[in-house]
Design a binder for this molecule. Structure first.
Ligand code: AMP
Length: 400
């Protein structure tokens, strides 16, 4: 990789500032899902095994008022992390000042310390000042002054320029990628810049507006783009087809037309849909080909479409998937997403990459996640990567 990684650093005795992604769901002080903490363990262990002092920073949720801080402390995460590492983790309940500095100065080689939620800096004395999310230059400089080197392992925030990623990095002589970040850059980077062909992208989800940038960028790079989900019907409208009560973004119809003209047969739209009279799992539903009849809304791709998509996918060597094929949260409209996910799991010869919160949730919920090559941890970040944008958090990592 062209970027410095944690393996390139001299860690012994160093104060290693680490940006991790501990933005986990917490309800009434109880962690609902610790996947993200588990995912950060390899880099943390690597640092501490080599005698580094691991000083961890993460955000948790969004903080706009003093009140928001009550439920968004990282303290429960420190406890879980300590259990997972099987060693003590010092939790510092502040984000700056003497208490934090003393705690860092008291660390021994191999110790782990977790700083309170970086977004506590977004509200000071009741005022929404956005010091973390606005990348306040003084804050990044201050945090950088607490350590010797910086390891960024939080891909999920790499599309944001915040004090705890870009701010620290720009005040550090060396910033390296952690293992998670390295893996994301490798898989997404290879897919976008150097894919094994045929390269097929599957794009679904609710809105065209979220994916137009991705479609535009991938039209030049992918061999086929398969479209599913709610955004299909804005394309149907652009082709002059009827869409009933299906999801449509009227202000995107013109753009959808331009994409269709540019794409030719590279863009593949569903040929049939599962349609229902209401947005409900219990509503009467049926399969229709082509146009969506009046009084119905399309909520999933149909079986012929699944077959056509599988015909394209069977020869693929690289597949990137972002966005479900239908309303997978409702069992009657989950089949398209399930079938495509299952089929991807059978492509042993291809690199299969899933990005985006909903498609990741879908493959996990459907139990096919472990058959795929790479599940991206960053929804927004992976979309921006696929759009071909430079992500500030990655740009700020030092080159080798
Ligand atoms: P996104 O966040 O854009 O990836 O969209 C994911 C959401 O799109 C999921 O909650 C799906 O239920 C929803 N979705 C997928 N297909 C459809 C559809 N045909 N109509 C309405 N919503 C859909």
């Amino acid at each position: 990789m062209a970027k410095l990684t944690v393996e390139d650093l001299d860690l012994k005795g160093k104060k290693v500032l680490m940006r991790v992604d501990f933005n986990v769901p917490i309800k009434d002080g109880v962690i609902q899902n610790d996947n993200r903490i588990v995912a950060a363990l390899p880099t943390i262990k690597y640092v501490t095994d080599r005698g580094g002092k691991a000083i961890l920073f993460s955000h948790l949720g969004r903080i706009k008022t003093e009140d928001d801080k009550k439920d968004l402390s990282l303290r429960p995460v420190a406890e879980r992390l300590s259990n997972l590492l099987n060693k003590p983790v010092t939790f510092v309940p502040v984000t700056e000042g003497k208490q934090l500095e003393d705690a860092i100065n008291n660390m021994k080689d191999g110790d782990v310390l977790l700083v309170e939620n970086t977004r506590f800096e977004d509200v000071k004395d009741g005022e929404y000042v956005k010091r973390e999310s606005g990348n306040d230059p003084e804050l990044g400089k201050y945090w950088a002054s607490l350590g010797d080197v910086f390891v960024n392992d939080a891909f999920g925030t790499a599309h944001r320029s915040h004090a705890s990623n870009v701010g620290i990095a720009s005040n550090m002589p060396q910033t390296a990628a952690g293992f998670l970040m390295e893996k994301e850059i490798k898989f997404l980077g290879d897919a976008v810049n150097n894919p094994k062909r045929p390269f097929v992208a599957i794009l679904g989800g609710a809105k065209v507006s979220d994916k137009i940038g991705v479609i535009d960028n991938l039209l030049d790079k992918a061999d086929k783009i398969l479209i599913g989900g709610g955004m299909t019907y804005t394309f149907y409208a652009a082709k002059g087809m009827t869409i009933g009560n299906s999801l449509v973004e009227k202000d995107k119809i013109d753009e959808a037309k331009q994409i269709l003209d540019k794409a030719g047969d590279k863009l593949v739209l569903p040929v049939d849909s599962v349609v229902a009279t209401e947005f409900s799992n219990d509503a009467p539903h049926k399969i229709v080909e082509g146009d969506i009849p009046d009084g119905y809304m399309a909520l999933d791709i149909g079986p012929k479409t699944v077959q056509e998509f599988e015909d394209v996918l069977k020869d693929a060597k690289t597949v990137v998937w972002n966005g479900p094929m239908g309303v997978f949260e409702m069992s009657n409209y989950a089949k398209g997403t399930l079938e495509i996910g299952k089929f991807l799991g059978t492509l042993s010869d291809a690199t299969t990459i899933v990005g985006g919160g909903d498609s990741t949730a879908a493959v996990q919920q459907l139990g096919v996640a472990d058959k795929l090559t790479h599940i991206s941890t960053g929804g927004g970040a992976s979309l921006e990567y696929l759009e071909g944008k430079e992500l500030p958090g990655i740009a700020a990592i030092s080159n080798k």
